[in-house]
Design a protein around this ligand. Structure first.
Ligand code: BMA
Length: 876
């Protein structure tokens, strides 16, 4: 009966609602989604002939998805094969040379038709597009990062309407632009040859994600598509355009904030704007002018719950609710999550140069994190759950900052919401990277709109810490020789390009920020010390690439000092199970095979030989392909460990360590810690150890061991510390113990011992160093070597496994008879996750990890494999 009643009411509401809306009694915002997931039927075809002859093409129509991309639609339709598989990328380069047409037919709802104003919103078009409604041209788009909003009032019909989006090949538009200029704009990474365009590097002409044209970790897959949602919006009288949440002053005692409610009115009218935040309510009654109006509403929250980063406290979020009403009727409402915090980028002159650190709620915070690139080449595949997985993985590794790098995109709202709720700060680059751009006045105007759209969209997120003009463009100019290269073409060319560069990052972007987000710090480029010096390690943020690119010794990661490392990294090959997914053929299984080389994009050539030679120099020659993959990954983690620990030891002089890069956009040899399929490489497990809030870092150099304790907690860490030399075969050589206390938020060398003393007669090749600190109930532990792996005299650890069932998978206990380096447990599946992996296990110890999997016990035991470094080498 209850069910019947609710059905009756549901029907009643369904009947009455359109009428009520029509009658204006419950006027308000009406939204009609035109996304495929919400039922809109889209189709697409390739326009081989001119737009006018479109009708001839109708036999080519195929079903499409919006949001989506031409490539993924073609894949779903079986027209092209997966470009990530083996060498398939080469066979799909024709796709971006064609024009494509997307079409849907929809019926506007009665409520939408009844609204006084109707707008069509296209939240992302990739990239050159013409939008037509019932044959009439509505807009031409030329920037994938912009939102296209068109007034369609009076142009919608009752009954079927046709919306068509023509996507034009970027090559058709940009090759002529490139040819029209007597000199070439520089683009480091554009793989134009792969795209069949010879040396015509056109990427800089399009306001489109740079990595689509290829990068040194990415394929050339120049997408086209309606990549973000499409919807119709209707309103009557007035509507909230956006609410700018300005945090004027925030402390633990009081937060003073202002909600600047931006209202668009269709005619002069009186409205009431009410805002609530954490139990506080304030409202204003104002007379609106026709057009855009800003209504400021001030609020004070006493004793606010502050927003903290991961590891320091709760990232508390408040609901900020805004309503707009007139004559007692609600016209519009807006609700969003906000966090109350003060955040500063401190750039003060000091004894060594100039600081570069973030102060959150008055506390200087060391930034631990990584650089973020788009999670896929085909952006619609980065679903909310894909974001959630990557970002919870970042938080699990104790990260508190990610840098959204400029060769990608301004991420989707889901990304920033997750960062807000996980306590991850975001360093946001504007989307310019490793290039100089043809920034003439039309380009500057286009980028200005792009900046406004994204600044307005993102500025309320508590996670958003910093705006940065670009990635490395200034460095290219001053340090990588561009100034000289263009200078050789005459001072006019050089001056034009330099002026364009300055206009972009010193005029357009700062002006947009001054108007739309003037409480957030801005840095014109990364790396950046000052306007003439991109890199001065003591004066700004640093991209430290000497180890990987300039072949400096890996130990330099510990020697080089800097105030904030916004990039550094080391490449690794993919894991074997991942290789099987994109290159399953036996013939692919050499690092020099065509397929493996094609899934390696480092420029200049021969990166495989580079990995090969460092692996052999620091470890030993791996016995086969599979072992080479694994050792290259151990090398990556060990190399980055040197850097991460050194940066943290050096706090507060150094206040940030963001390695390159968290994730991948396709299966590839890269610097990532998490691969395309979501598998954690050793680097990600290592980051979790190195970024722990209490880090024990034994630094072995010049015959001494310096043991540091780095304490990120906001309270001291105290306890019993021990440093031991463990024999690989079991037992202890020398040891030291002492009580220590390390102040809150600090790093200190607590013990210095000559290595010889600690070894107590043992050979350094036969020991590993173990540091432990027991603080209350928890024991922090760190294992390290006193020699290179190559020289370590490992014996067979005879790893033994025992398996027990656990919730969601199994508990696996590994036992080692002798010291096992980098113990690696693996299964064939992708979804299986091992709680701890690639760890060292001293002789006689056992370690229990959990493996989440859906496999049945027999299958699990059959698939489960364990290995350690010992198994990667040939033994006589
Ligand atoms: C950095 C980045 C990227 C690049 C990476 C690896 O400097 O900014 O452009 O992919 O190095 O080379």
């Amino acid at each position: 009966m209850k069910k019947l009643l609710s059905l009756f009411f549901a029907l009643l509401v369904a009947q009455v609602w359109p009428f009520a809306a029509f009658a204006g009694e419950t006027a308000g915002r009406v939204v009609q989604s035109l996304n495929s997931a919400d039922g809109a039927a889209w189709r697409f075809c390739c326009i081989k002939s001119a737009w006018a002859k479109r009708t001839n093409q109708q036999t080519n129509w195929r079903p499409a998805r919006v949001p989506g991309s031409v490539h993924t639609d073609l894949m779903r339709e079986g027209v092209i094969a997966d470009p990530f598989y083996r060498l398939n990328e080469r066979g799909v380069q024709w796709v971006d040379k064609e024009d494509w047409l997307y079409e849907t037919t929809f019926e506007p709802t009665a409520a939408l038709l009844a609204a006084e104003r109707q707008e069509l919103e296209l939240l992302g078009l990739d990239t050159y597009a013409e939008v037509r409604l019932n044959g009439e041209l509505l807009c031409k788009a030329d920037n994938m990062f912009r939102t296209w909003r068109v007034d369609v009032t009076g142009r919608l019909k009752a009954g079927p309407n046709r919306l068509a989006v023509k996507l034009i090949s970027p090559a058709k538009i940009d090759v002529p632009r490139l040819l029209a200029i007597p000199y070439r704009y520089h683009s480091e990474t554009d793989q134009s040859e792969q795209g069949g365009l010879g040396d015509m590097r056109i990427s800089v002409f399009a306001r489109k994600a740079g990595y689509h044209y290829g990068w040194d970790w990415g394929p050339r897959l120049v997408t086209l598509g309606i990549w973000r949602p499409v919807r119709l919006v209707g309103y009557t009288g007035a509507a909230i355009d956006n609410v700018h949440f300005v945090q004027q002053s925030v402390s633990a005692r009081r937060a003073r904030v202002r909600a600047e409610v931006n209202v668009r009115a269709l005619h002069p009218m009186q409205v009431r704007v009410a805002v609530t935040l954490g139990g506080q309510r304030a409202e204003q009654t104002v007379s609106l002018q026709a057009g855009d109006n800003c209504v400021p509403v001030d609020l004070t929250v006493e004793r606010p719950q502050l927003w903290w980063t991961n590891g320091l406290g709760r990232p508390y979020l408040y609901d900020l609710k805004t309503t707009l009403s007139a004559d007692g009727r609600q016209l519009d409402a807006d609700c969003q999550k906000v966090g109350l915090r003060s955040l500063e980028l401190v750039r003060e002159k000091d004894a060594s140069g100039r600081s570069f650190y973030f102060k959150l709620n008055g506390v200087p915070v060391f930034m631990k994190g990584a650089n973020w690139i788009p999670r896929d080449n085909f952006l619609e595949r980065v679903t909310p759950s894909a974001y959630r997985r990557s970002l919870t993985d970042a938080a699990a590794a104790h990260m508190n900052m990610l840098r959204v790098w400029g060769g990608g995109i301004y991420e989707s709202d889901d990304f920033y919401h997750l960062c807000d709720s996980l306590g991850l700060l975001v360093w946001q680059d504007f989307t310019f990277a490793c290039a100089v751009y043809p920034a003439d006045s039309a380009f500057l105007e286009n980028m200005r709109h792009e900046a406004i759209d994204n600044v307005v969209r993102l500025r309320n997120h508590p996670s958003l810490a910093l705006w940065c003009g670009n990635n490395e463009n200034q460095m290219l100019w001053f340090e990588s020789g561009l100034k000289l290269i263009y200078g050789a073409q005459g001072s006019a060319v050089r001056d034009t390009i330099y002026r364009q560069l300055c206009r972009q990052y010193y005029e357009v972007l700062p002006r947009v920020l001054a108007e739309y987000d003037n409480t957030r710090p801005y840095t014109p480029s990364s790396p950046y010390a000052d306007s003439l010096h991109p890199t001065l390690n003591e004066y700004g943020d640093v991209h430290y690439w000497s180890v990987w690119s300039a072949k400096a010794p890996v130990e330099d990661f510990a020697r080089v000092k800097g105030r904030f490392f916004s990039e550094y990294g080391f490449e690794a090959l993919p894991e074997y199970n991942s290789v099987l997914q994109f290159a399953p053929e036996e013939e692919d299984h050499s690092i020099y095979s065509d397929v493996m080389q094609s899934h390696q994009r480092v420029i200049p050539s021969d990166p495989m030989a580079r990995v090969d030679s460092i692996v052999c120099a620091r470890y030993r020659r791996p016995k086969d392909f599979r072992s080479m993959l694994y050792v290259s990954q151990i090398l990556q983690a060990d190399a980055c460990r040197i850097a991460m620990e050194a940066h943290r030891r050096d706090m507060p002089h150094c206040m940030g360590s963001l390695y390159w890069q968290l994730d991948d956009c396709w299966p590839v040899a890269s610097w990532a810690g998490i691969d395309y399929y979501g598998r954690w490489r050793p680097l990600h497990y290592m980051a979790r150890r190195c970024y722990a809030d209490v880090l024990l870092s034994p630094y072995v150099h010049d015959g001494v061991v310096e043991l540091f304790v780095v304490n990120d907690r906001l309270r001291p860490v105290k306890g019993k510390l021990s440093l031991r030399a463990l024999r690989l075969s079991g037992g202890t050589a020398g040891s030291r113990t002492q009580q220590v206390s390390v102040a809150a938020n600090s790093s200190r060398c607590v013990l210095t011992v000559p290595l010889k003393e600690l070894l107590a007669g043992a050979d350094a090749r036969d020991v590993a160093l173990e540091a432990t600190l027991t603080d209350g109930q928890a024991t922090h532990r760190s294992l390290a070597l006193a020699v290179l792996d190559r020289d370590l005299r490992l014996t067979n650890p005879q790893l033994r496994l025992s398996v027990a069932e656990a919730e969601g998978g199994y508990r696996v206990t590994v036992k080692a008879a002798a010291y096992a380096r980098a113990v690696f447990l693996s299964l064939d599946g992708v979804e299986d996750h091992v709680s701890e992996n690639y760890f060292d296990l001293p002789a006689g110890e056992e370690r229990t990890v959990t493996i989440q999997t859906t496999l049945g016990r027999t299958e699990f035991e059959q698939q489960l494999k364990v290995q350690s470094l010992y198994d990667s080498y040939e033994h006589p």
